[in-house]
Ligand binder design. Structure first.
Ligand SMILES: Nc1ncnc2c1ncn2[C@@H]1O[C@H](COP(=O)(O)OP(=O)(O)OP(=O)(O)O)[C@@H](O)[C@H]1O
Ligand SMILES: [Mg+2]
Length: 265
């Protein structure tokens, strides 16, 4: 069956080269509308922090961008490709250019660390097992894990090591676009700061665009170039943190000026 061609997506000049462009996104589960007319543009090379209350739809937004959640309406352009008009093969190619660290860390519990990192290679490349293992060892080094971690099972890792192993897997295919869902949740402040530094260093040395969902104010201040705030079912503001501190939006104001905020009275 031939699909009906979509009407053309109107793009401004800066949007045509962006890493992610979202227009008029709507997501709902039954009567529950999570996103309504949500717009967002993420430029290449940006380290974007995504914040919003629990249940505001951050993970659902991530899942829509990855094509794991079919939106009720709207358009998503990922690395110049319009997701809902591409065929399966093209979507796979786009998928291979993105890496994801899911909220739970989500390593395969029955596979060793090395096997976890090799899993995307087995799915998306023609590398033989010896080559895959060699690349996996390089990725381990990249994220600061010792070589001995390769043979450990996820249950034998500390929380910080799980995050690093999941990051190594997200970078297994030399992704251009890295998605992180609460990467520092559950880490002590020192490990969280080290993980932030790692992400910042990798982003600059590997030329990554980063989409990072976080509740961690320290991460926002330390590494994000801009912050997108999810509230009222859409992105209510996207700006550098210094600008958001002055926002009059009630949720944003409370976030930065509340008891756990950073803005000095
Ligand atoms: N598969 C699903 N079926 C039904 N409702 C869902 C589904 N996935 C998410 N939701 C609902 O969508 C809303 C947004 O969920 P989401 O996981 O995106 O929140 P979040 O902003 O990531 O929250 P948190 O900060 O707690 O991780 C929630 O009300 C959730 O119950
Ligand atoms: Mg979430």
């Amino acid at each position: 069956m031939k699909r009906k061609p979509l009407p053309p997506m109107e793009l401004h000049e800066d949007e045509a080269n962006a890493a992610i462009v979202i227009k008029g996104l709507r997501n709902q589960f039954g009567q529950h509308v999570v996103h309504d007319n949500l717009d967002l543009v993420v430029r290449r090379g940006e380290i974007l922090g995504v914040v919003g209350g629990s249940g505001s739809g951050k993970t659902v937004l991530l899942r829509s961008i990855l094509g794991l959640q079919k939106p009720a309406a709207g358009d998503i352009l990922l690395l110049g490709h319009r997701l809902n008009s591409e065929n399966a093969e093209e979507r796979r190619r786009i998928q291979a250019r993105t890496g994801v660290l899911f909220q739970s860390g989500a390593l395969y519990s029955t596979l060793s660390v090395a096997e976890n990192i090799m899993a995307p290679m087995a799915e998306f490349t023609n590398l033989n097992p010896r080559e895959m293992r060699a690349v996996a060892m390089l990725k381990l080094q990249l994220v600061g894990l010792p070589a001995r971690a390769a043979e450990l099972m996820p249950s034998e890792l500390s929380g910080g090591m799980i995050k690093r192993a999941a990051l190594a897997r997200a970078l297994a295919l030399d992704a251009e676009l890295l998605f992180l869902d609460e990467p520092t949740a559950g880490l002590d402040p020192i490990s969280a700061a080290a993980f932030d530094t790692l992400i910042k260093d990798l982003a600059s040395s590997l030329n990554l665009t980063v989409f990072m969902i976080t509740h961690d104010l320290d991460s926002l201040y330390a590494i994000c170039s801009e912050i997108a705030v999810l509230a009222d079912k859409r992105v209510v503001e996207k700006a550098p943190v210094s600008q958001l501190e002055k926002s009059t939006h009630p949720w944003i104001h409370e976030y930065f000026n509340g008891p756990r905020g950073r803005v000095k009275a």
